[in-house]
Design a protein around this ligand. Structure first.
Ligand SMILES: NC(=O)C1=CN([C@@H]2O[C@H](COP(=O)(O)OP(=O)(O)OC[C@H]3O[C@@H](n4cnc5c(N)ncnc54)[C@H](OP(=O)(O)O)[C@@H]3O)[C@@H](O)[C@H]2O)C=CC1
Ligand SMILES: N[C@@H](CCO)C(=O)O
Length: 396
């Protein structure tokens, strides 16, 4: 049985092979239906339907990362109590079986970190802007036409969709409850073409990465534009393709690459879940792989770290007056904050100009030290406007 608001279109697509209704409640309460597939999206009606399906003893397949990242704890708890499965392979990285890899293939490992290009729309936008010099809005419209973008594309471009996916991966990798509200989220709307060019000159590409990392003090969970060395495989993932790099203590680094958006890659993951549930149907609930890889009573309360406590490297661009002593003043501030410089680029001022850009790459440091240093640099009379800061990951 299929439910769609547009009954005519659904009848055409299903070619008369199954019953089509407009009220999805008929599906989730139907006594002959064992597995409900939710592909509506959002957290309104989709949440009601998923919870109703579970309450009616049905297994659920969903591609809805927004729903699981925000209401996952409630949904997985309800499923656990009912002894049913909620499968969500399509929710992270589209057609790439990353949930299966994290929950099962890498089970022997203590995962150390995950870094992924997990939003096809933004990767498509960044690639087309860099390669074809197209403007942001033109490429976004094309991504919408191709079916990559979410119903609300701000979720894509502001990094929210990637944060939904990173949140789910963090829970599976580190055995923590779903905590989307603690994720740090920055999208690509503030990214400037100048920084993409400078990054290239320094041997880096800028990608929107979803990162989650285990540290001795807690877990980092963040989405933001990130410089990564151009020579890394993941730096060369272009268009709507996704890639997830996972660092495990036993296996080392493994990279998962494939189509992260679009109808058929998503359907590939949905059908895989459907087959999985069918195979597990008769297994005792206690013998199934837990939803978030860890048994509910073995979940950890490891905190998600605030951004001030994360450790990474930085790209800093400052627009300065071309005067004696500017560079010395900036490097002194960085040294005072114990921030060591890894590389630097200073441009000649353009003909007739008295201002120029200084670009610095730092070694790893804590974000709070960089915040302090940036505030002091911006207060210098020779520094014009705000310092642009983009995080940098070597992904070694
Ligand atoms: N697009 C992609 O590449 C991917 C999408 N996803 C996820 O899959 C889900 C669906 O995404 P997508 O297909 O792009 O979204 P769309 O908005 O294109 O499709 C949603 C469908 O649900 C139908 N619908 C809406 N409300 C109801 C309702 N009350 N009862 C029955 N049907 C309803 C809509 O009908 P109508 O058109 O008539 O309004 C539409 O056909 C989302 O959770 C998304 O995040 C996951 C991975 C990849
Ligand atoms: N809007 C999402 C769809 C796949 O989850 C993307 O662009 O990656």
């Amino acid at each position: 049985m299929v439910a769609d608001l547009n009954v005519e279109r659904a009848r055409e697509l299903t070619n008369g092979e199954c019953e089509v209704v407009s009220d999805a409640n008929l599906v989730v309460t139907h006594p002959d239906i064992d597995i409900v597939i939710e592909l509506i999206g959002g957290y309104g009606i989709a949440k009601d339907l998923v919870l109703k399906a579970i309450a009616n003893g049905k297994h659920v397949v969903t591609a809805n990362k927004a729903l699981l990242a925000t209401h996952g704890n409630e949904i997985f708890k309800a499923a656990q109590e009912q002894g049913v499965i909620v499968a969500f392979e399509a929710a992270v990285a589209g057609g790439i079986p990353i949930i299966k890899a994290l929950r099962e293939g890498l089970t022997a490992n203590r995962i150390q970190w995950i870094a992924g290009i997990i939003n096809g729309t933004t990767n498509f936008i960044l690639s087309e802007m860099r390669d074809k010099g197209l403007d942001f809005n033109t490429v976004l419209q094309e991504a919408q036409r191709l079916g990559y973008a979410e119903a609300d594309p701000t979720f894509d471009i502001e990094g929210v969709d990637a944060a939904h996916k990173a949140t789910l991966m963090a829970s599976i990798a580190f055995g923590i409850p779903v905590q989307f509200d603690k994720a740090h989220i920055e999208g690509i709307t503030q990214l400037q073409a100048t920084d993409i060019r400078y990054a290239e000159q320094l041997g880096y590409r800028i990608k929107l990465l979803g990162i989650t990392k285990r540290t001795p003090h807690g877990i980092e969970l963040r989405v933001h534009p990130t410089l990564i060395p151009s020579r890394r495989l993941i730096a060369n993932v272009e268009g709507a393709m996704n890639a997830v790099l996972v660092q495990g203590d036993a296996v080392g680094a493994t990279l998962y690459y494939g189509k992260g958006a679009g109808a058929e890659p998503t359907a590939s993951a949905v059908i895989a879940d459907l087959v999985d549930i069918t195979r597990l149907f008769t297994a005792e609930p206690g013998h199934r792989v837990p939803h978030l890889a860890f048994q509910p009573d073995a979940m950890a309360d490891t905190p998600i770290l605030p951004m001030s406590e994360i450790t990474t490297s930085y790209y800093l661009r400052m627009h300065v007056a071309d005067k004696l002593g500017v560079l010395a003043a900036v490097t002194r501030i960085l040294a005072d904050s114990n921030i060591s410089i890894d590389a630097m680029l200073q441009k000649e001022p353009a003909e007739g100009e008295s201002q120029t850009d200084i670009i610095m790459l730092t070694h790893q440091t804590q974000e709070k030290f960089v915040d302090e240093a940036i505030a002091r640099i911006e207060a210098l009379s020779t520094v014009i406007g705000k310092v642009t800061r983009i995080r940098l990951e070597e992904l070694e």
